[in-house]
Design a protein around this ligand. Structure first.
Ligand SMILES: *[C@@H]1O[C@H](CO)[C@@H](O)[C@H](O)[C@H]1NC(C)=O
Ligand SMILES: *[C@@H]1O[C@H](CO)[C@@H](O)[C@H](O)[C@H]1NC(C)=O
Ligand SMILES: *[C@@H]1O[C@H](CO)[C@@H](O)[C@H](O)[C@H]1NC(C)=O
Ligand SMILES: *[C@@H]1O[C@H](CO)[C@@H](O)[C@H](O)[C@H]1NC(C)=O
Ligand SMILES: *[C@@H]1O[C@H](CO)[C@@H](O)[C@H](O)[C@H]1NC(C)=O
Length: 393
């Protein structure tokens, strides 16, 4: 009789543990299409718990009450451990509770792309759309040979190291002039993960922008332009470091070719960046593990759901895409439990310089390929709805 009771309770505890583990994993870690990867998604974790559950149950059939009680205590200890790691205030919950944003967010969309996407279905789909939303007109060989190298489990998830307990807190740092004199550096560094992009100058601005960089995001075009345009302000090299990961935005063939050369550790063989040495950008020790590639479907989704600009109705339509900062912020919004944005455009932008590192005030420059006003309204709305915080003053 008692064994039965224990069996039932143990089963319930086991299920609760599985469910909570599932919940945490779902809310904070998985950023890509899980069904593609039986090895990494919450389903496999659920199955794992289910499998061990199965072992516990068969054990019970043979072993004493005492042993059963110990198993149960262990299960309860596990349960407590996992309870501590659950995020109760996850961004996803806040989105689900928001009448407007719950119709825009799709957390099932894959954020990243890696070798498992070399399939006929994906090829058919993406060959119909030009960059950055697809592979149309790109030599398939260049795309495929790049994807083949993204075969490490680290390529499949944004947070492939030290996953923190509880809510995953991310800071995304744009380069806006609003950060000049902000003294937000310590607060930024206090996040689990810090995203930076393009001309992210740190030296001399530590008090305002912090020093930690977990992710550096760019297109090869924006990265190289930043090195040229902001060299005089101290952006003399791209951020580097052991714990730093690079997020490639595939906006052109250049990005695929540079990424492939970076992983192989060879000079770029052809194209716009011919003979560039990737180690100068990403360090000599760069392996596949250091690189993430945004999925073209994710880029399409961010544009269609959040940033469908009127520019698309003009002659500049095929130049238009969300800004690098916008894409990093949306990546964080689809991956973290808490997102705080710094250095992004606000309605008071005219009071600040274009970038925080300029020495004399320069007005914000608008380019035809981005819609900064639309992005400004989006960040403001996400802030007002409590889905993220936007640093404003
Ligand atoms: C759980 O385990 C049972 C029996 O071992 C199995 O039939 C079932 O498919 C498993 N469920 C999942 C979700 O893995
Ligand atoms: C995920 O992959 C499955 C097939 O593996 C597909 O049916 C589904 O549409 C994909 N989901 C997304 C959001 O791409
Ligand atoms: C094809 O692209 C659409 C977006 O247009 C996406 O929703 C869908 O999941 C993709 N299908 C495959 C098989 O990749
Ligand atoms: C990835 O592919 C490379 C080259 O094909 C191979 O050497 C390496 O062992 C693979 N890594 C994994 C984790 O499968
Ligand atoms: C940055 O702030 C300082 C003082 O807070 C000010 O003197 C300087 O002009 C600002 N720089 C720009 C480019 O606005």
């Amino acid at each position: 009789m008692r064994i039965r009771w224990f069996k039932l309770l143990s089963l319930m505890v086991g299920l609760a543990v599985s469910a909570m583990f599932y919940g945490h994993y779902y809310t904070s870690l998985v950023t890509s299409n899980r069904s593609l990867h039986p090895g990494t998604g919450p389903h496999s974790i659920f199955k794992g718990s289910n499998d061990s559950q199965h072992t516990i149950r068969t054990d019970h059939e043979r072993k004493s009450d005492k042993k059963t009680a110990m198993t149960l205590m262990k299960s309860i200890a596990d349960l407590k451990l996992h309870a501590d790691s659950v995020c109760h205030t996850s961004l996803r919950l806040r989105v689900q509770n928001d009448f407007y944003f719950r119709n825009l967010f799709n957390f099932d969309i894959p954020v990243l792309m890696w070798d498992s996407y070399i399939t006929e279905d994906t090829r058919k789909n993406l060959s119909q759309r030009p960059v950055p939303y697809g592979w149309k007109d790109l030599p398939l060989e260049d795309v495929t040979s790049t994807l083949q190298l993204l075969n490490d489990s680290a390529n499949q998830k944004l947070f492939d190291w030290r996953p923190p307990k509880g809510c995953v807190r991310c800071a995304v740092v744009g380069n806006g002039g609003i950060l000049n004199g902000s003294r937000k550096g310590k607060e930024i560094d206090d996040h689990h993960y810090v995203f930076r992009l393009n001309g992210a100058v740190i030296k001399g601005f530590e008090e305002d922008v912090g020093t930690k960089t977990s992710f550096y995001g760019f297109t090869v075009n924006t990265m190289k332009n930043s090195l040229i345009a902001y060299y005089e302000y101290g952006f003399t090299e791209t951020p580097k470091g052991q714990g730093l990961r690079y997020i490639f935005i595939p906006s052109d063939l250049r990005d695929y070719v540079m990424l492939r050369s970076s992983i192989l550790g060879v000079p770029v063989p052809s194209g716009t960046d011919k003979e560039d040495k990737p180690s100068e950008y990403y360090g000599p020790e760069a392996t596949a593990k250091k690189f993430k590639l945004l999925h073209p479907d994710f880029l399409l989704y961010t544009m269609e759901s959040f940033l469908k600009s009127d520019i698309l109705k003009t002659e500049y339509a095929n130049l238009y895409m969300p800004s690098t900062g916008g894409l990093m912020l949306l990546t964080a919004l689809h991956s973290c439990d808490q997102v705080d944005a710094y250095g992004f455009i606000t309605s008071h932008y005219s009071q600040f310089s274009d970038h925080y590192f300029e020495r004399t005030k320069k007005p914000l420059e608008f380019y035809a390929n981005h819609d900064m006003m639309l992005e400004m309204h989006l960040w403001s709305k996400l802030h007002k709805k409590g889905i993220m915080t936007l640093y404003q003053r």
